[in-house]
Structures are given as structure tokens and as C-alpha cells.
Design a protein around this ligand. Structure first.
Ligand code: AMP
Ligand code: MG
Length: 417
């Protein structure tokens, strides 16, 4: 499956695209790019379903008891007074059904999960019953169908159990196992190459030379990519030389289904990533109206989508969460994710003009409020460490006064801890 070569082309004449518009555009242009394979249930954790799964059976397969007690026909009971039924020998336990038929005026022992014996439709629970030799006694008022689980009340045969695009987490694994599905059609894991650009970057563990800084983005982006359940390929650090960057892009495009690059994306002197992507002919510098984030470079090398993120770590982080993450999910075959924002009371004030979206580093205070990091500087990794999510201020919003409601997007909403 290939993407159209112009899938990142921008609408003509648009200067600064609002975030919501840019996301809607991206969403419309991307489709799954990996193959479909059969995966055994035991190996399917985290995979993305490629086809809907219909339930081959009903669950529960048969009516059964929700409690330990005695199964009976509700028609045997009288509306008032003490109830007395003859106890039939034998029982229905989970996995060991009762073979006979229960007649009017009779009851039989049943345990939780035991199939309802023929002739019965209700269960009176142990706690309400007195044993009296070969009979049981209990009060009136038992409802028809009491303590009975119906066949198919969880799911009916042939009903949709899970839909294509679902990521298989614990609940989905239980759903599949519960209806006896041992193998699913899943997308092959998306492979994402990550590299950093910058002459100033050194590798952790090395001694810093004058003017150098450690490459923080690569470790961060590899971690962000892995958190999405896709395969992350570490393609290292690349110096700011056009030939080196062209090589790195070509290699990454050969090895991976998508490429994430940080640094050199904005069109300045050393911004070779955007230049190389433009040279390859399928590049769009998306001027997105958001902070943090300089223009995001979206391009294709040999048909493989490349996300050129800003070099500033916080900007790279935010651009990854807002743009690259949903795009990777979609390329991997998953539904387009919509992170849920929670309305919290601002415990801060912030200057802002309408006309761009802003993402501040925030921390919920546990009493319905959210604080913001002391500085908006997009180079400060301390703000990422301190925060638990992003405070999202929409495009049209103006300044925030303490006490106003703001949307808080916990990092967990992006699959990130
Ligand atoms: P650039 O987008 O390449 O112009 O980089 C913008 C800022 O981010 C500069 O201060 C860079 O030194 C810094 N930066 C770029 N890449 C990284 C990286 N991988 N880790 C840490 N800082 C970086
Ligand atoms: Mg750079």
C-alpha cells in the first residue's frame, strides 16, 4: 500500500494553517501502509486489527446461574407465603451441567456458572434458603429470571466483537479469548526510523567538546515512538551536511515505513532537512499556527513519509504528540486517535493572542486545577519532566486569567507515561 506522492501538499494560498485544519488535512490523506498478517492471540498484544472480528459464538453460550443456590421454574412459586420445593438429587456446576429435567414444584442445586437445568428459569440464592431434608424453603418475592445470566447477554453470535483499527489491549484480548478466537488479521508493525541532525550534538557517554550539547531528542523521540506500539529504529546523529542528510534520509526511507527527524527543519542556513525534502520534490513546509513549533516539514522520500520536527526538545515533543503521533497511528492501521481533554481551572494567568494554538506544560493539582510550568521556553526539558500533560489553548482564545477553565491533555492520552 503506498501513499499518494503529493499527500503532504498544502492547500494553495494558506499562510498559517490552524492546528485543527492541519490535523483534518493529515487525517484525510494518510492510510495504512503496512501489510496484513495472521497473528496468534498470544502474540497479538499491542497489534492493530486489520479486519473486523465477528463473534463466532454467543457469550455466555447458554443461560447459567450468577450465584450459588437452587434453580427452579418461576411458575412453581406462589405470590405470597412460604415457598417449599422438592429438592432433586444432583447439581449443575460450572463445566458440569445437570442432565435431567426439573418439573414444576422441584428445584435443583446450582453453582455459579452452572448451566440452567432444563425446566428452570430462576435461581434462589443460598443466603435466602433453608434446607429441610429433601426440600428447600424460602420467602416469597423471587423475581422471574432472578440470578440468571442469559445466553448472549455479553455478545451474540455474528455480532461485531471488535472493529478494524482497534489496538489490542487487555480488554480486547479478553474479548477475543472469550469468544474462542485464536488468531486475528493484524497489520504488520509499523517501522519508524528516528535520527537527529546538528553539528553540535554529542552522544551521552561521550565528553562534551566546547559548543557541544548532548543529543536529547533522539532518546526522547525513540521513547515516544515506542510508546505508540510501533517499531523504533535508531538511525543515529547526522551532521549538518547536505550529502550526509540526503544519505540518512535515503537509508531511513529504505529501512522504515516512516521517518522522524529532528532539527534543521525551518528553512534557516543549516536547515538541510527541509532543503533535502524539497529537493526530493515531495515536500511541504507546513506553517502551522501553533506554539511551540516552528514550521513542521512534512515530505516523502521514495514514497516514505518523513516528519521533520523542530530541534528544540520541547517543540519536538509537542509537534510529535500533536502531529506525528496521530499520523503514525494511522499509517500503522489504527483509528485516528483523538486525545481527550479535561476541563480544569487555571491556577495561573498567561498572555496569549488569538490566531494560534498554544500548548503549555501543565500539571494537575488534584483539586480540579492545573498549574503551568514556570517558563514557556521551548528548550527546557525540565518542563517536560515536571509536567503531566499539555494545557491546550485553542486558536481563537485570548489571554488566560487565573480561575478560567482550560483544557488539560494528560500525556497518558497520547499513550505516553
Ligand atoms: P534547529 O531546529 O536544528 O535549528 O535547532 C533548534 C535548537 O534546538 C538549537 O538550540 C539546537 O541546538 C537544539 N537542538 C537541535 N537538535 C537537538 C537535539 N537532538 N537534542 C537537543 N537539542 C537539540
Ligand atoms: Mg540544527
Amino acid at each position: 500500500m503506498a501513499l499518494k506522492n503529493d499527500c503532504f501538499a498544502l492547500p494553495a494560498g494558506v499562510a498559517w494553517t490552524p492546528v485543527t485544519e492541519a490535523l483534518a488535512d493529515l487525517r484525510g490523506r494518510l492510510s495504512p501502509v503496512t501489510g496484513v498478517e495472521a497473528v496468534a492471540l498470544g502474540a497479538a498484544q499491542g497489534r492493530i486489527l486489520a479486519r473486523d472480528v465477528m463473534a463466532p459464538i454467543s457469550l455466555p453460550p447458554a443461560d447459567n446461574s450468577a450465584v450459588d443456590g437452587y434453580a427452579l421454574a418461576h411458575g412453581s412459586l406462589t405470590p405470597e407465603g412460604e415457598q417449599r420445593l422438592a429438592l432433586v438429587p444432583g447439581r449443575s456446576a460450572a463445566g458440569a451441567p445437570f442432565g435431567g429435567v426439573i418439573a414444576a414444584g422441584q428445584a435443583v442445586r446450582v453453582l455459579t456458572g452452572g448451566v440452567m437445568p432444563d425446566g428452570t428459569d430462576s435461581v434462589v440464592m443460598d443466603e435466602d434458603v433453608d434446607r429441610d431434608g429433601d426440600a428447600i424453603r424460602f420467602g416469597s418475592g423471587l423475581k422471574a429470571g432472578a440470578n440468571r445470566r442469559r445466553a448472549g447477554e455479553d455478545i451474540r453470535a455474528d455480532a461485531p466483537a471488535l472493529t478494524a483499527g482497534a489496538r489490542l489491549g487487555p480488554a480486547a484480548m479478553a474479548r477475543l479469548a472469550s469468544i474462542g478466537v485464536a488468531e486475528v488479521a493484524a497489520f504488520a508493525p509499523l517501522r519508524v526510523a528516528v535520527f537527529s541532525t546538528g553539528d553540535e550534538l554529542a552522544e551521552p557517554g561521550e565528553a562534551l567538546r566546547p559548543g557541544q550539547i548532548y543529543d536529547a531528542n533522539r532518546a526522547m523521540l525513540l521513547s515516544l515512538v515506542r510508546a505508540q506500539g510501533v517499531v523504533a529504529l535508531d538511525h543515529g546523529r547526522i551532521p549538518d551536511r547536505p550529502a550526509a542528510i540526503a544519505d540518512a534520509l535515503a537509508t531511513a526511507a529504505r529501512d522504515a515505513d516512516a521517518v522522524i527527524v529532528s532539527g534543521g527543519a525551518s528553512g534557516g542556513d543549516e536547515d538541510h532537512v527541509s532543503r533535502e525534502l524539497s529537493r526530493s520534490g515531495a515536500m511541504a513546509l507546513w506553517r502551522i499556527a501553533m506554539k511551540p513549533g516552528r514550521p513542521l516539514a512534512l515530505g516523502q522520500i521514495d514514497g516514505v513519509p518523513v516528519f521533520g520536527l523542530p530541534g528544540n526538545p520541547v517543540a519536538a515533543f509537542v509537534c510529535f504528540l500533536i502531529f506525528a503521533r496521530p499520523a503514525l497511528c494511522r499509517l500503522a492501521g489504527a483509528d485516528w486517535p483523538e486525545p481527550m481533554g479535561y476541563p480544569l481551572v487555571a491556577r495561573f494567568s498567561a498572555r496569549k493572542k488569538p490566531g494560534r494554538a498554544e500548548y503549555l506544560r501543565g500539571r494537575a493539582d488534584g483539586t480540579g486545577g492545573v498549574e503551568k510550568f514556570r517558563s514557556d521556553g521551548s528548550g527546557l526539558i525540565g518542563g517536560l519532566v515536571w509536567s503531566g500533560g499539555l494545557i491546550a489553548l485553542d486558536h481563537d482564545r485570548g489571554a488566560v486569567e487565573a480561575g478560567e477553565v482550560v483544557q488539560f491533555l494528560p500525556y497518558a492520552e497520547f499513550g505516553v507515561v
